[in-house]
Ligand binder design. Sequence first.
Ligand code: 5GP
Length: 199
Amino acid sequence: MVKGILFVLSGPSGTGKGTVCKKLLEMEPELYLSVSMTTRECREGEIPGVTYNYVSKEAFKGMIDNGEMLEYAVYNGNYYGTPREAVDSLLNSGRDVLLEIEPQGALQVKKLFPEAVLIFLVPPSMKELKNRLVSRGRESSEEITERINAARWELAQADKYSVHIINDDLDMCTQQIMDYLDEKRSERRKIYELINEEV
Ligand code: 5GP
């Protein structure tokens, strides 16, 4: 059986990872979105077990110590991470898995799974990134400045990703990602066929 592909969608805060991800899943319900674990509070409108699995810091640290996390990061004082078991078993059963995570975690995945496909979502400009952070109204102006500074460092790591996609127009950006996923899948299928070809 062909193993599934691990796709990672990452990029600076405010580039629209969540929105793009939602649209990708609408276009392709077969793609499995890993449900992350976090120690942050559940926000209004979020569904435990669907948006995130919400746990205490102690429980999260216990999972790290037991090697149960594929990757994790501390972001804004809270832990966020991908539990390993579900991802491993889905990939082994041939399903493609999507992770929507911030860049520290994406780079950990690359070390652990060099074959993972890392998609870097890029803002059209730093001005637009700031506008998006301001208009979603979740962060203070100090936090926005911190995120913009973090974004500059994150953008400097862009070479470590498989592909860069600019999120200017949402539909166009999502379609570009879908096309890229399809291209990667057919490349992998072709290699698998060659490996198994009788001569
Ligand atoms: P939020 O609190 O806004 O839901 O998420 C904050 C950041 O954490 C976002 O950039 C989101 O992509 C990232 N994030 C969500 N889940 C994970 C995860 O499992 N691992 C890592 N490294 N980052 C995550």
